[in-house]
Ligand binder design. Structure first.
Ligand SMILES: Nc1ncnc2c1ncn2[C@@H]1O[C@H](COP(=O)(O)OP(=O)(O)OP(=O)(O)O)[C@@H](O)[C@H]1O
Ligand SMILES: [Mg+2]
Length: 374
């Protein structure tokens, strides 16, 4: 089963440039989470911090009882083996063919025989649609193929935590649809904890259990996908609808008067409901489309029931629109329990959207800025 990742009060700067402060969230075990955010808000820096490649100056990242911000190099090396990571640039070795690139973690971290390695590598290449390309060098293949080679390499060690940094960038829309299905299928097969950074709103709407948004050096929101998809928070709505009007500017933040004027003009045109379909799968309104399911013949996602129980406990914390969207995803038995008051109300937990049973269960994070309706 995937492991929980607990991030608390995380702050990262490079010299005098603060990237983000006080990021607190928990990736529930085996669930799929998506992290969104304007370019340059530090999504890649966040992923690199999770694997211990960058050192945040404050806060903690606890994985299997180890705070990897503070642990020894030796322990960090061990914890890293839990991760499968696809970096934004793919990071393949240019002088090695795809087979050797994908085999690299196995040769580095295991004592498997070459025949076992061959079997695993070919299986993963098949999984991502690269059969027959073993002998190609990274320079000889398309950008999309390099991406998928990076995916295959991220999977060879049977990771318990999977981090994908824009796995869909540079892929055509059909490949993105296949990739999204692959992610859900993988999750059903290995029950690992996924965190995916993407700019594709179609993916963000349909793939994950949880959604988060980084903005202005903070985690603006992190919670069940229904929470963000129904949110009235201006920055969340602007991002999910892929429009110019709102707090996010081209290169920097806009001033309040400008945002207010833009929003008034938008309302006069009918608001987001009349936005039509924006770039990268962004769409008008706050509908919550069904979540993608594993392909026929695959097991159910083990995280599904855990997630249903988790959000059933949190129902009372959400505004009516979010609660209604979540209820639509719950089975009868959990709805009945929630309505019978079986789940004791839990206090909000300072931005953590979820905590293990022993700790006070978490509230919806809205940090900082206006609380809006969310
Ligand atoms: N090693 C580093 N040293 C100094 N600054 C860095 C380093 N890595 C990243 N940065 C800075 O941190 C900020 C966030 O970068 P990051 O790559 O995480 O953004 P991002 O959200 O992933 O953007 P995009 O959506 O374009 O990929 C940028 O201003 C970048 O210049
Ligand atoms: Mg990035």
């Amino acid at each position: 089963m995937g492991v929980e990742v607990r991030v608390e009060g995380l702050t990262k700067s490079f010299g005098s440039q603060n990237i983000w402060s006080d990021v607190t969230l928990t990736l529930p075990p085996g669930e799929i989470s998506v992290l969104l955010g304007p370019s340059g808000t530090g999504k890649s820096v966040f992923l690199k911090s999770l694997v211990g490649l960058l050192k945040p100056e404050r806060g903690s990242i606890v994985i299997k009882d180890t705070d990897i911000v503070r642990t020894s190099e030796h322990r960090l090396y061990e914890v890293r083996k839990l991760f499968g990571v696809l970096f934004q640039d793919g990071a393949l070795f240019g002088s090695m063919n795809l087979f050797d690139n994908i085999a690299f973690p196995l040769r580095e971290h295991t004592r498997k025989s070459e025949s076992d390695i061959r079997w695993i590598v070919l299986e993963k290449m098949d999984m991502v649609g690269l059969q027959g390309a073993e002998g190609k060098l990274p320079g000889e293949i398309s950008g999309g193929m390099r991406k998928r080679a990076g995916l295959a390499r991220a999977l060879v060690l049977d990771p318990e935590i999977i981090l994908f940094d824009e796995p869909d960038s540079g892929l055509d829309p059909v490949r993105v649809a296949y990739l999204n299905q692959l992610i859900v299928d993988l999750n059903a097969q290995i029950d690992a904890t996924f965190l995916i950074v993407t700019h594709d709103i179609g993916t963000a709407r349909t793939v994950p259990d949880n959604l988060g948004l980084l903005f202005r050096r903070h985690l603006a929101m992190f919670g069940p996908r229904e929470q963000l998809l129904t949110s009235q928070e201006p920055v969340v709505r602007q991002f999910l609808n892929g429009r110019r009007e709102g707090p996010i500017g081209m290169s920097e933040e806009k001033d309040v008067a400008q945002v207010e004027a833009e929003m008034a003009a938008l309302e006069a045109r009918g608001g987001d409901q009349h936005n039509g379909v924006g770039p990268k799968g962004a769409s008008g309104g706050d509908a919550v489309p069904p979540q993608l399911e594993p392909s026929p013949g695959l097991p159910e996602r083990q995280a599904q029931r855990r997630r249903q129980e988790r959000v059933a406990r949190m129902l009372h914390e959400f505004d009516p629109a979010t609660a209604q969207a979540i209820r639509a995803s719950l089975p009868e038995d959990l709805l009945a329990q929630a309505d019978a008051g079986v789940f004791a109300p839990t206090p909000l937990a300072g931005g953590r959207h979820w905590a293990a049973e022993s700790a006070p269960a978490g509230g919806a994070a809205v940090l900082p800025g206006p609380r809006g309706r969310s």
